[in-house]
Design a protein around this ligand. Structure first.
Ligand SMILES: Nc1ncnc2c1ncn2[C@@H]1O[C@H](COP(=O)(O)OP(=O)(O)OP(=O)(O)O)[C@@H](O)[C@H]1O
Ligand SMILES: [K+]
Ligand SMILES: [Mg+2]
Length: 675
């Protein structure tokens, strides 16, 4: 896990204490209507502390001062919760800023390399980076291969290989090339780099309220207004009963009834949720994405590089139709001479290992046919007119038939054998002759089956989408334990699956790493790109997993669920608290005039004043007591959402009714000693 995981240290707490005072500024407070009402109450009772009779009231000055102080403390507690949650993000941002330094870049201009500061690099510039040098900006490798230390960004110290072509071509500014060299095309202008975006995200600069948060805030504000109307009109009933309802008492009642607990903790819950995702080494571009993750029904994963390790390596050349294996190897090499994908390069490596010479001269001046996910083929048109292709078996079969050739009888048996072992067979053809197959090996990452089982328990359906053939797909799907799979899918097929699920009312998450995954990542409600993947994928996604571990989507979903549950539970708790506070304050207000009210004093509280103060004190201290829960989130275990709801209603609804009775009684006993 991440080096960035920051515990709550003294610095963060000290800073948060300072912030809690600064946040008392009414212009800041105004944004939180519930707490703003408390602040107005504080100002009025503070005034009454010095002029107790200003509104013709009878409450003693000491009582007014006490109410004012408790209200101030309530405000500080709520501010502290928010400041604490923000503080962790700021600390993370600081450590990220350390990895942002001005780097010397070697920029290509007019055939030579020119030294320029990294801050001068623009999108499209080409730079060369050698062993020991820092990567000056985000970009894509256009030439070469190098091992790169990305620990500054990912916290992972093991170097990663970056190479041109394929899904491992993106590099991030601030990382370090350890060996060899690469040529990189810069993909971001100054100030817009991945690191810049990450810093501003964890700093909370871009934090916006999510739609869910806004909706809840609106409900809570309406509730506050209703209680305000109730409390403001109470004196009229009091008049009728010949009871004077004192202003500080009415303010205490109002503050106790309005949902200050959730009002004080709401933004801390949201910030902490995003922070938990970051600590998990996943960068979420918005709080909305994290919340959406909590409601996901379907997850689409690609196979290669996501469920499997993704370094599909050529491991065998197999002839069909009576040719020999070395002929297959020879033409496989010709078709791969300029294939920059890992698959293509692995063909050359295998041939070299087998001691085959490569036919560079044969390929000279040939027209290179680059691999595309749409065609599933790559190859070359030689100058002598011959066309060489390799690609997925079904694509090559079709191509060979188009060239007027026939399909050898033993092809299907041999390619099926490769596929049912979980490998990817690539067919090799020269014009109308299909020569044989290349066996590309890949392995399922360990622990996948357990992870998918967990997802099933969470009620999430997993669908593997792969460009590979149905048999390979089936083998890997079974081995990994996904619920469903779609083979031979082109990029648009992935989008179609997502749209189909969305049309059925499902929220869809998708993980991917390739440029061909980018449109689908953008279409999904939650798109998680692997940091090892291409820039296009990372830009389309709304989350980036720095560890490039697709199974981590489980934790992201859990964190999202936790966030939604925590918010719901604390709202329930906050509102059900009112019952006890009502039974503490209402009898106290009317007892003098209506002795029968004593029947409602179920807690047997000492005196009207101590009853009111006890309820108000409980209302204040419940906020810091719940900060740890707001920050850590409610524990989540994979079960159905109906069961979760039931459990949470029981714990936080019933608990919210009972706990304050005990709490207020306890505080009353202590207040008695003091009053
Ligand atoms: N360099 C290459 N040259 C020719 N054919 C290739 C090459 N790489 C892959 N193929 C073929 O094209 C198919 C699709 O490859 P691609 O990498 O686009 O699949 P994908 O959709 O990314 O799969 P996955 O979802 O498993 O990652 C592969 O299954 C393989 O048969
Ligand atoms: K309250
Ligand atoms: Mg892929």
């Amino acid at each position: 896990m991440s080096h960035r995981k920051k515990a709550l240290n003294g610095d963060i707490i000290r800073q948060a204490l300072k912030e809690s005072v600064l946040k008392l500024d009414p212009r800041v407070m105004f944004r939180n209507p519930i707490m703003f009402v408390v602040e107005i109450g504080f100002v009025i009772t503070l005034f009454l502390s010095f002029a107790p009779n200003a509104f013709g009231g009878n409450t003693p000055a000491w009582f007014n001062i006490t109410v004012a102080i408790i209200l101030l403390i309530t405000l500080l507690f709520a501010n502290f919760a928010e400041a604490l949650a923000e503080g962790r993000g700021k600390a993370q941002a600081d450590s990220l800023k350390h990895s942002k330094k001005d780097i010397v870049a070697y920029k290509e201009s007019g055939g030579t390399l020119r030294e320029v500061p990294s801050s001068e690099l623009r999108r499209g510039d080409i730079v060369q980076i050698e062993a020991g040098q820092w990567v000056p900006g985000d970009g894509e490798v256009v030439e070469g291969l190098a091992s790169v230390d990305e620990s500054a960004i990912t916290g992972e110290s093991a170097p990663v290989i970056k190479e041109a072509g394929g899904d491992f071509s993106s590099v991030t500014g601030g990382t370090k090339v350890l060996s060899d060299w690469i040529k990189v095309r810069i993909t971001s202008d100054p100030g817009e780099s991945f690191l810049d975006r990450m810093i501003s995200l964890v700093e909370g600069a871009k934090r916006q309220k999510t739609p869910n948060e806004i909706a809840l805030n609106t409900v809570l504000t309406c509730l506050t207004i209703i209680f305000l109307i109730v409390v403001v009109t109470l004196p009229f009933f009091g008049n009728y009963l010949d009871v004077t309802l004192e202003v500080p008492v009415l303010i205490a009642l109002l503050v106790c009834l309005i949902p200050t607990t959730i009002g004080g903790l709401l933004s801390a819950i949201g910030i902490a949720g995003m922070d938990r995702v970051t600590q998990f080494n996943v960068i979420a571009m918005s709080g909305k994405a994290v919340e959406a993750a909590g409601d996901i029904n379907t997850i689409i994963l690609d196979k290669t590089g996501t469920i499997t390790y993704g370094n599909r390596m050529a491991s065998e050349f197999i002839s069909v139709g009576g040719t020999n294996d070395s002929a297959v190897a020879e033409w496989a090499v010709v078709s791969s001479l300029k294939d920059e994908t890992p698959e293509g390069r692995s063909v050359l490596e295998l041939a070299k290992k087998m001691g085959l010479r490569d036919n560079q001269s044969l390929a000279a001046d040939g027209e290179w046919i680059e691999f595309r996910a749409e065609t599933r083929m790559s190859g070359i048109n030689l100058t002598d007119g011959r066309k060489v292709r390799k690609g997925s078996v079904d694509a090559i079969k079709k191509w060979v038939v188009e060239q007027g050739g026939a399909i050898p009888n033993d092809l299907d048996v041999k390619s099926d054998k490769v596929a049912s072992a979980g490998g990817t067979p690539l067919a090799v053809a020269v014009d109308e002759r299909l020569l044989g197959i290349i066996y590309l090996k890949d392995t399922v990452k360990p622990g996948m089956k357990e992870r998918f089982e967990q997802m099933r328990q969470m009620g999430i359906k997993t669908i593997m989408c792969t460009g590979d053939n149905p048999l390979t797909a089936q083998t890997i799907a079974r081995e990994a334990g996904v619920d469903d799979f779609i083979a031979e899918s082109k990029p648009e097929d992935k989008i179609a699956v997502i749209k189909r699920e969305q049309a059925a009312g499902k929220l869809v998450a998708m993980t991917g790493d390739g440029t061909n995954d980018a449109p689908a990542l953008a279409q999904a409600d939650v798109g998680i790109a692997m940091n090892s993947g291409t820039t296009a994928a990372k830009e389309a996604a709304n989350m980036v997993d720095l560890d490039s571990d697709p199974s981590k989507i489980i934790e992201v979903v859990a964190i999202g669920k936790q966030l939604l549950m925590t918010r719901g539970a604390l709202t329930t708790f906050s509102i059900s608290n009112d019952v006890a506070k009502y039974f503490a304050i209402i009898p106290a207000m009317f007892m003098a005039a209506i002795p029968q009210m004593e029947a409602l004093n179920v807690m047997r509280l000492d005196s009207p004043m101590s009853a009111i103060l006890s309820a108000l004190i409980f209302n204040a201290i419940i906020i810091p007591l719940l900060i740890p829960l707001a920050m850590k989130g409610i524990a989540y275990k994979p079960t159905s959402s109906a069961k979760l709801l039931q459990r949470n209603l029981l714990v936080y609804g019933l608990g919210g009714v009972i706990i304050p009775f005990a709490g207020i009684k306890l505080i009353d006993l202590m207040v008695q000693i003091w009053v």
